[in-house]
Design a protein around this ligand. Structure first.
Ligand code: PLP
Length: 273
């Protein structure tokens, strides 16, 4: 299955030609099932937040939805990527006045890696030495500057498939490509996304569902000791759903079944819009 692209609604042969030099943009990575995006409203909401934060014009939802439908309608299982980027600029860091961001919509094959198949293999994590810098203005949004994640990803060695990232104070923030959720003494904990990290759509979905289903999820500072003392640990990501972690480095978690609440969330992550 080939990858297809639209740039501002027009088919594109070479990819990324308009991506700019400074990472001035936003992206979303979205699971496609039966030709339609999953957790679509959550992805739109985060994109909208990102546009407000970076000073981009508000996205035209009907246009974007039509483009997604055009690219993905025949794909039972695929990965949709949306990139909003200011494109090439000849004026250094100053954005050219009145230029609307380029809108890339790409549809990729679903990854072959066993991690992305069902049933999922057990997931091992590793603690990354690369730490996240503090920048509240950019925390939460999925902007195109991901160099910290790239450095952290280089550290990860099998059997680990994902890394835990700390902030400069040594507190747990997230994974290199996921958010973390701890289960301890009957409640869930997830680190607040305030100074760094991405506010993942699955994380937000868990927070919203918890309110509806009478579950407690605290957004609370998580130390490494707390991570290790958890009864269970999960990672959250749009393409992975909810995955249970068997170990972080040498620390192995007790083997407990995934709570029904999270099993349902996992399934709901792959219901097409
Ligand atoms: C750094 C980082 N944090 C968290 C996430 C999880 O975000 P989402 O649930 O929106 O996929 C991702 C996803 O790629 C990520 O790259």
């Amino acid at each position: 299955v080939q990858t297809t692209y639209l740039l501002n609604g027009q088919p594109l042969v070479s990819s990324q030609s308009g991506a700019n030099h400074f990472g001035d943009g936003l992206f979303e990575t979205i699971a496609i099932r039966q030709g339609r995006p999953c957790l679509w409203q959550y992805h739109l909401d985060r994109l909208h937040q990102g546009c407000l934060r970076l000073g981009f014009p508000v996205i035209e939802v009907a246009q974007l939805t039509a483009e997604v439908q055009q690219l993905c309608h025949s794909r039972p299982r695929a990965v949709l990527k949306i990139i909003l980027s200011t494109g090439d600029t000849q004026r250094g860091y100053q954005r050219a006045a009145g230029i609307a961001p380029n809108r890339f919509v790409q549809c990729h094959p679903w990854p072959d890696s066993p991690l992305y198949q069902t049933p999922s293999p057990s997931v091992s994590l590793q603690l990354c030495q690369t730490r996240l810098g503090c920048q509240p203005l950019l925390a939460g949004i999925k902007h195109l500057n991901r160099l910290e994640q790239i450095l952290a990803r280089k550290e990860i060695q099998p059997p680990a498939v994902e890394g835990v990232m700390l902030n400069q104070q040594g507190q747990v923030v997230e994974g290199t490509m996921s958010n973390v959720l701890l289960w301890r003494a009957g409640t869930y904990l997830t680190p607040p996304i305030v100074d760094c990290g991405i506010a993942g759509v699955v994380r937000q979905f868990v927070l919203d569902q918890a309110v509806q289903q009478n579950q407690t999820v605290h957004q609370e500072v998580v130390s490494l000791a707390m991570l290790r003392q958890a009864d269970a640990l999960f990672i959250l990501n749009s393409l992975l759903g909810v995955r249970q972690v068997v170990a972080v480095g040498e620390h192995v978690y007790p083997s407990v079944a995934m709570p029904t609440f999270l099993q349902r969330i996992h399934q709901a992550c792959f219901i097409p819009n």
